[in-house]
Design a binder for this molecule. Structure first.
Ligand code: SF4
Length: 360
């Protein structure tokens, strides 16, 4: 039986209500465990993404945040079909129709590739050192036979100007550029196809903090200029704070909280979000960066029972080790979009009567 939709929306979208560009439903990605360890048998699997559901609306930027191993990068790569999902739906609206990317063959995906672009994490290894910057940026247009000759050159020059470089940089090689400039080149390569969805996978994590801000500002400007829809993957809440409209926090392959950015920072409701929030570096040297969590992030090959966060949760109580909390919208049911979703027993009524428990 198909699981219940965790993000119920209007059955039919009335006039004036925006339909999502992307609807991810019950997405799963498992990897087989190839080596038999002492406790793992051959044939067991690692659940990298475990029942992930969210919507992405046209023109918005959503941050997908979590520690290393939370499944955010795997989820992002499944969404652009750099990885094949194990189960679930990735409903993408394109040219007036909705297609389920999860079920498409590589051949059927080809015509949709220009609309789905990925910005890679590492600007040093993601650019071919044997190609000039002009060839790198123009390559997608050549592969999809969308431009050639002087039109190709003009479009590459235009992109170079938009990312803050000059047309004369077209003949240089990647090694001649700094890390921030290389990431700009990676952004230009993705944007030259005029995609409708950009997935930026830790796009600034390999850069110095001062350069991170410049690249994020550029991404934000280009997002507004091209009316892009963006999924920004990051392990640091601070990175998403100034560029995202909404933020989804992931733990052990699931979303544990999803809200508009201001609400998530002003009123973090999940204990894991609060821990991540406390880990954001502060300018005050007396405030040390400490997320206050004991233990390691959950092992996706051996997830804890109930709430996967319970072995580390400072607010864990009786039901947490047995029952998995569902992601529920705590705001008014008549909102056009899910407003503030939380998966925690402290919020679903099971903690009523406990100190700090119950719906606040
Ligand atoms: Fe903590 Fe329990 Fe909430 Fe999980 S369900 S986050 S263990 S309080």
């Amino acid at each position: 039986m198909k699981p219940a939709d965790p993000l119920p929306g209007p059955a039919a979208f009335p006039a004036g209500v925006t339909e999502p560009l992307l609807r991810v439903r019950h997405l799963r990605k498992e990897f087989p465990v190839r080596s038999g360890g002492l406790f793992r048998q051959m044939g067991s699997t690692v659940q990298a993404v475990n029942d992930l559901s969210f919507d992405l609306y046209p023109g918005e930027t959503v941050g997908l945040v979590g520690e290393s191993g939370s499944g955010k990068t795997t989820a992002a790569r499944c969404i652009v079909r750099a990885l094949a999902p194990s189960a679930g739906e990735i409903l993408f609206r394109t040219n007036g129709r909705t297609v389920d990317l999860a079920g498409l063959s590589e051949r059927a995906l080809q015509p949709l590739r220009p609309a789905l672009q990925l910005i890679f994490q590492d600007p040093f290894s993601s650019l071919n050192p044997r190609m000039t910057v002009g060839q790198i940026i123009g390559e997608p247009l050549v592969i999809h036979r969308l431009a050639r000759g002087s039109e190709l050159d003009d479009r590459v020059d235009d992109m170079l100007l938009r990312i803050g470089l000059k047309p004369e940089h077209r003949t240089r090689y990647p090694h001649a550029f700094s890390g921030g400039q290389r990431q700009r080149i990676g952004i230009a390569r993705a944007l030259i196809m005029h995609p409708s969805l950009i997935v930026a996978d830790e796009a600034v994590s390999a850069l110095d903090v001062s350069v991170q801000a410049q690249v994020l500002n550029l991404l934000k400007d280009l997002q507004q200029e091209f009316n892009l829809t963006c999924l920004l993957v990051a392990h640091n809440l601070d990175v998403v704070r100034h560029v995202c409209d909404r933020v989804a926090v992931m733990y052990a392959g699931r979303i544990v909280e999803l809200a508009e950015t201001a609400a998530l920072f002003e009123d973090p409701r999940h204990p894991y979000t609060r821990a991540l929030h406390s880990a954001v570096p502060r300018p005050d040297p007396d405030q040390r960066m400490n997320c206050g969590l004991a233990g390691e992030t959950a092992d996706p090959g051996n997830l804890p029972s109930g709430c996967a966060f319970h072995p580390r949760c400072p607010e864990c109580f009786a039901p947490c080790a047995q029952l998995r909390p569902e992601l529920k919208d705590e705001e008014a049911a008549d909102c056009e979009r899910p407003a503030h979703l939380v998966a925690c027993h402290l919020r679903d009524g099971r903690g009523a009567g406990l100190p700090g428990g119950g719906i606040g």
